[in-house]
Design a protein around this ligand. Structure first.
Ligand SMILES: O=C(O)CCC(=O)C(=O)O
Ligand SMILES: [Fe+2]
Length: 369
C-alpha cells in the first residue's frame, strides 16, 4: 500500500504502521525490530580517544578569507590528515566554557548563531509533529527528495535539492521550513564557496578555478533525525560511508553526540565546539586532488535516551562537470590514481549502491579497472 508515495504497511488491527524509525519508537520505545540489528563486527567498537576528538582541527574562517598563509596551511593539513575540520562562530558565552587552547583557535564563519538556532528549532518542530502532517512530504519509493527514512539504519531524514533553484522540488519542502531553509542555505553556500576557493589556492590554482569547474555549484540539504534507541549498541544511526560530493558543511547537535570518523582502523567520536560548523572533504576533491586530500569514512551511532538532529549541506558539481585528477598533481611520485569521469557518471554509478565505506571512490581508481 502506498500513501503519497511512502511505503505503508498494515498491522493486525488495520491501523497503518509507517516505516519511519521515529514512529516505531513512538509506538514502542523498547522495541528494536530485528532488521535494524547489526552484527558486532559491523558495529565495531569506538576508540576512546577524547584527546583526539577534541583535536579535530579548528579553522579560523576570517583569517582564511584574508588568505593568511598559516591558516591556509592549517586547512591543507586538515584536508590531508583528517578530511574533517570545524569552523566556528565567535560566541563569547560559549567561549567561557571552553578550554584555554580554544581561545587561540577562534574563528568566525559569519553565520549568525540565531539563524543556526532557528534552523534547528524549526526542524525539531517538524520532526516532532504528527506523522499525518509529515507524510504529506514523503519521499516516493525510489526517490531522493522529501521526508524519508534509511532502510536499515536508525534514522529518518528530510532530503532536498536547494541550488540551482530550478532543480528544486518544492512539493517536498515542508511549508513551515521554507523561509528558514532559504536563509540558512544562502549563508552556508557563502561559507562553502569560500572554502572551495581556499582549496583551489591550496591545489596551486587561481582561487576561482575550482568553483568554475563545477559549471554551477549545486547544493543539497539533509536534516537527519536519529531517534533514541533502547539498544544503541546493536544499531547504527547511519552506516559507514564517504560523501560523494565536493565539500560538506555540517551543523551538529550541541545537545548530543554520535558522529564518528574512521581513524587508524578504528572510530573516533566527534565533538564540535558549540556554534561551529563541521566540514568534511568529499570524493570529488579526493579525485581532483589525485588523492592529496581524502574524503574520510564516517558513520553515526545512536543514544539511549536522547534524540539527535543534524544538518548536512552537500556542495557538488553539475552533472556535466569533469572530475578527473589535475595534471599538475600527477608525477612520478604521485601517479594518476583516478580516471576521468563526469560528475553525472560518478553519481549514476553510486546512487543505487548501499552506503559502504570507501567503495565508491575506489571504483574510479585507475588500477581497479
Ligand atoms: O549526522 C551526521 O552528523 C552525519 C550525517 C552524514 O554523514 C550524512 O548525512 O551524510
Ligand atoms: Fe556523510
Amino acid at each position: 500500500m502506498s500513501l503519497n508515495g511512502a511505503d505503508v504497511t498494515q498491522n493486525k488491527d488495520e491501523s497503518p504502521t509507517f516505516p519511519y524509525i521515529q514512529e516505531s519508537v513512538r509506538n514502542d520505545p523498547f522495541k528494536v525490530p530485528q532488521r535494524y540489528t547489526r552484527s558486532e563486527e559491523v558495529i565495531q567498537k569506538s576508540l576512546f580517544m577524547p584527546q583526539l576528538s577534541s583535536q579535530l582541527p579548528v579553522i579560523d574562517f576570517a583569517l582564511l578569507l584574508d588568505r593568511n598563509k598559516d591558516e591556509l596551511s592549517k586547512l591543507d593539513i586538515a584536508c590531508k590528515e583528517w578530511g574533517f575540520f570545524q569552523v566556528r562562530q565567535v560566541d563569547i558565552n560559549a567561549l567561557i566554557s571552553l578550554q584555554c587552547s580554544y581561545f587561540f583557535q577562534i574563528v568566525n564563519h559569519g553565520v549568525e548563531i540565531d539563524l543556526m538556532q532557528r534552523m534547528k528549532d524549526a526542524a525539531a518542530e517538524f520532526f516532532e509533529s504528527p506523522i499525518e502532517k509529515k507524510i504529506k512530504y514523503a519521499m516516493p519509493s525510489g526517490g531522493l527528495e522529501g521526508y524519508g527514512h534509511a532502510p536499515v539504519d536508525w534514522s529518518d531524514r528530510v532530503n532536498l535539492t536547494i541550488y540551482p533553484t530550478r532543480f528544486r522540488q518544492l512539493q517536498f519542502w515542508p511549508e513551515e521550513l521554507k523561509d528558514i531553509i532559504e536563509a540558512y542555505s544562502s549563508e552556508i553556500r557563502r561559507v562553502g564557496e569560500q572554502l572551495i576557493s581556499s582549496v583551489s589556492l591550496l591545489l596551486g590554482l587561481e582561487e576561482d578555478v575550482l568553483l568554475g569547474l563545477h559549471k554551477e555549484l549545486c547544493k543539497g540539504l539533509r536534516a537527519n533525525y536519529y531517534p533514541p534507541c533502547n539498544a544503541p549498541e546493536n544499531v547504527i544511526g547511519l552506516s559507514s560511508h564517504c560523501d560523494i560530493r565536493t565539500l560538506i558543511v555540517g551543523m551538529q547537535d550541541d545537545t548530543a553526540t554520535g558522529t564518528q570518523i574512521r581513524y587508524k582502523g578504528g572510530w573516533i567520536p566527534i565533538k564540535t565546539i558549540p556554534g561551529a560548523l563541521l566540514i568534511n572533504v568529499g570524493d570529488v576533491i579526493e579525485i581532483w586532488s589525485n588523492g592529496r586530500y581524502k574524503s574520510v569514512e564516517h558513520r553515526v551511532l545512536t543514544n539511549k535516551n536522547k534524540r539527535r538532529i543534524t544538518f548536512v549541506s552537500f556542495l557538488y558539481p553539475r552533472d556535466d562537470a569533469e572530475i578527473g585528477p589535475f595534471e599538475h598533481l600527477i608525477d612520478d611520485e604521485n601517479p594518476k590514481m583516478y580516471k576521468e569521469i563526469t560528475y553525472g557518471e560518478y553519481f549514476g554509478h553510486v546512487r543505487d549502491k548501499k552506503l559502504a565505506g570507501k567503495t565508491h571512490v575506489r571504483a574510479t581508481k585507475i588500477n581497479e579497472f
